[in-house]
Unconditional design. Structure first.
Length: 281
């Protein structure tokens, strides 16, 4: 029997082995935010399977995301872990070739099995200073103004957007003069349907909450596998900042436009729900 020589392996497998060996030696490159382009390339095939096969994502309007320059993508949020950000990022990568960054709640970076991967793929701790610097560096930045309230909605409140807080994303758009791109995501609410909570476990992991779902904790680790819901992601046309940078101090203006963006995303979500044939078909 002929021995399996390294040269007989598929090219992508050889690249993966080589990349893994380099990482074990501590030899990899990342930017100041922890983004690792090699890691992103390695995990993208797995995300492509989720995008194309598991969640069968339909996307519309991704051409509104610019191929160059800064932009602030504002979306609804659900799903416990930032799978919605990963699927939005996959759509943007495919269309523009860009590596978008997304703001993530601090507690996610305390999860030892997820924090390094989130950061290496483009996740950044959710902080206005971080978001402003990213936009000033002309990145595409994805924000989720619902925050923990969004990912913690019970099943009975699915696809009903929470309030967008104090409208910090509008203030951010004004200060950086970045266009805002509303985005509605349908499908993420069904991947971990929240039926209840486990407060003791949440305190252990210092998380906003740990959900009880139809599969977790009943199936143990298998209950962490997200359900294969049908996804639709729609990027709306850009909204220009409603004034010069100095207008960021106008609280009434900021809140008015934050509400307007929220209503636009809510309308987009409702449209996607109507167009989707069913949650799992």
């Amino acid at each position: 029997m002929a021995s399996l020589r390294p040269t007989a392996l598929p090219r992508e497998v050889r690249r993966a082995f080589a990349a893994g060996a380099r990482r074990l030696r501590g030899d990899w490159a990342e930017d100041e935010w922890g983004y690792d382009p090699e890691f992103a390339r390695l995990v993208q095939p797995g995300l492509d399977v989720l995008y194309d096969r598991w969640w069968r994502v339909d996307v519309a309007g991704v051409e509104h995301v610019p191929a160059a320059g800064r932009a602030l993508v504002v979306a609804n949020h659900a799903g416990v872990l930032p799978w919605d950000a990963a699927m939005m990022a996959t759509a943007i990568r495919r269309h523009t070739g860009r590596a978008p960054r997304f703001l993530v709640l601090d507690w996610a970076f305390e999860l030892p099995w997820a924090s390094a991967a989130i950061r290496a793929f483009g996740g950044v701790p959710a902080d206005p200073h971080n978001a402003r610097r990213l936009l000033e560096q002309d990145h595409v930045v994805m924000v989720f103004p619902e925050g923990a309230k969004g990912v913690g909605k019970p099943w009975s409140q699915r696809y009903r957007l929470e309030r967008f807080g104090r409208g910090g994303f509008v203030e951010l758009a004004l200060r950086t003069q970045a266009p805002m791109i509303p985005c509605g995501v349908v499908g993420s609410e069904e991947i971990y349907p929240k039926l209840g909570e486990l407060p003791l476990l949440a305190r252990l992991f210092r998380a906003p909450y740990i959900p009880i779902t139809p599969t977790f904790p009943w199936l143990g680790p298998l209950g962490l596998v997200p359900l294969p819901s049908k996804w639709r992601i729609a990027f709306a046309s850009p909204v220009a900042p409603p004034g010069p940078p100095a207008a960021a101090a106008d609280r009434a203006l900021v809140l008015e436009h934050a509400d307007a963006i929220r209503e636009r995303i809510q309308a987009t979500v409702h449209e996607n729900l109507i167009q989707r044939a069913g949650a799992f078909v």
